[in-house]
Design a protein around this ligand. Structure first.
Ligand SMILES: [Zn+2]
Length: 145
C-alpha cells in the first residue's frame, strides 16, 4: 500500500521560528545577575529562567518590548508567582544577543499572518511553556494565600 510522499509533516515556519528563539532564551538561564530571582512577597526563589517559566503563571500582557522608552533593547517578562505577586524579568542584549532579532521576527510574523503582535507573543509564550513543561517535570503549586 502506498503511503504517499515521505514528508507528510506540515511545513510550519512559525514553529521553527519559535523553536529557534526558545533555544536562544536558554542562554538566559546561565546568565549571572538574572537568576536566582526571589519573590519579595513570599520569599520563593526561582533558580533559573526555566524554573521561573515553569512555576509561574503568564499574565495577560506577558512579554513586552519597552526598548523605545529605554533607548536600548529592553524586554520585560511579566509572570505571577504562586502567591499572586508579579515577578518581572528583564532581558537586554547583553543577556540575550538575539533579543532584537526576536522582536523583529515576531513583528514580521504578525504582519505576514495578519495577527496582532500580542497574539504572536502569546503563541510564542505558550509554545515556550509547553517546551519547558515537556523537558522538566515541574510541580505546579498554585496555592494562594
Ligand atoms: Zn511569591
Amino acid at each position: 500500500m502506498e503511503t504517499g510522499p515521505e514528508s507528510i509533516e506540515p511545513d510550519n515556519p512559525r514553529k521553527q521560528l519559535f523553536d529557534a528563539f526558545i533555544e536562544h532564551f536558554c542562554s538566559v538561564n546561565s546568565h549571572e545577575g538574572v537568576f536566582p530571582k526571589k519573590c519579595r512577597t513570599c520569599g520563593k526563589e526561582y533558580e533559573s529562567l526555566h524554573h521561573y517559566i515553569c512555576d509561574t503563571e503568564a499574565k495577560a500582557q506577558t512579554m513586552e518590548d519597552v526598548g523605545e522608552i529605554m533607548g536600548k533593547s529592553f524586554t520585560m517578562v511579566y509572570r505571577n508567582c504562586s502567591c499572586g505577586n508579579t515577578l518581572v524579568v528583564t532581558i537586554t542584549e547583553e543577556i540575550m544577543p538575539q533579543i532584537t532579532e526576536f522582536w523583529d521576527s515576531l513583528k514580521l510574523e504578525a504582519e505576514i499572518s495578519g495577527h496582532s503582535l500580542k497574539h504572536i507573543v502569546t503563541s510564542f509564550v505558550e509554545e515556550w511553556e509547553n517546551d519547558i513543561h515537556s523537558q522538566f517535570s515541574c510541580i505546579k503549586k498554585n496555592r494562594r494565600f
